[in-house]
Write a protein that binds this ligand. Structure first.
Ligand code: SF4
Length: 276
């Protein structure tokens, strides 16, 4: 279930805001959302398909922009814009104007509240790039729908903004391993990961493409003393057949290492589509 918004609340995406970290005044940045179709924000009701909340009815808001460039990213339309030469499995790039939308934080909160869900998943892209704007949105949401609990999907490279953090019930931290194609220093910075390891609201969800990725994930978890019950291993893939094939050996590994298996159930339910 997606939502529509009126032209009155839209603003142009500032030209200086691209796909990664910029030197712009971050506190003044507006909230930049991904779109389902050009001009429509990716705010929708669905079921959480991954991690410890899988199966729960939730609202989703997907933000645009990311500071990483995973070669297999399934939401490349949030960052892989025309002119970005970083490699991706699919060579296609996306028109930024058609795939980003700026909305006022109060309007985003209104659209989320209109979904009528008690839990919100904030995802991206990398949503924590937009901390101050997220904090304003979360404040607005808390004032009109105070029963909403907030779950955040993050790649674990950025500490959360304090004003937003105060509203968050659960962080799903997904550090990106070597097979993502990102430089290690960018994708696996020690200080933020140590911070997430010490955060009791954080669980860790590792994307696994091949059996050898498991050892890398477990070594990272051991280095940060992350207990096995906080670890989920999830197969990489965007079609149900590929996921099922990988989950066959991944399940055996989860048993052997006493960690959780995460499926990607939204792929089974809806396919690899936006707004689901
Ligand atoms: S961190 Fe997430 S959103 Fe960013 S490129 Fe990787 S998979 Fe995509």
């Amino acid at each position: 279930m997606a939502v529509n918004t009126s032209d009155a609340h839209r603003r142009a995406v500032p030209e200086h805001i691209g796909s990664g970290f910029e030197s712009a005044n971050i506190a003044a940045m507006p909230l930049i959302l991904a779109t389902t179709t050009p001009g429509e924000p990716e705010i929708f009701a669905s079921l959480q398909g991954e991690g410890p909340s899988a199966g729960r009815p939730v609202g989703f808001v997907r933000l645009s922009r990311c500071n990483l460039a995973c070669s297999w990213c399934d939401t490349a339309y949030t960052w892989h814009f025309t002119g970005d030469n970083r490699p991706h499995r699919h060579a296609a790039t996306f028109d930024r104007a058609a795939n980003q939308l700026v909305l006022g934080e109060a309007e985003v909160a209104r659209l989320i509240a209109a979904l009528g869900r008690r839990r919100l998943v904030v995802t991206g892209g990398e949503p924590l790039l937009q901390g101050p704007a997220l904090a304003r949105m979360a404040e607005a949401l808390a004032s009109i729908a105070p029963e909403t609990s907030v779950e955040v999907e993050t790649n674990g490279t950025i500490a959360p903004h304090a004003g937003f953090d105060a509203h968050v019930a659960q962080y799903n931290v997904s550090p990106k391993l070597a097979h993502s194609g990102n430089p290690t220093a960018l994708a696996l910075p020690d200080a933020p990961l140590a911070g997430w390891a010490a955060e009791p609201r954080a669980i860790f969800k590792f994307v696994i493409a091949a059996p050898e990725d498991i050892a890398e994930a477990l070594a990272l978890a051991a280095r940060h003393a992350i207990a096995s019950q906080r670890i989920w291993l999830m197969a990489e893939g965007t079609d149900a057949a590929a996921l099922s094939a990988r989950e066959a050996w991944l399940a055996e590994a989860c048993i052997a290492h006493d960690v959780n298996l995460s499926k990607r159930q939204h792929i089974e339910w809806f396919g690899d589509t936006r707004g689901t």
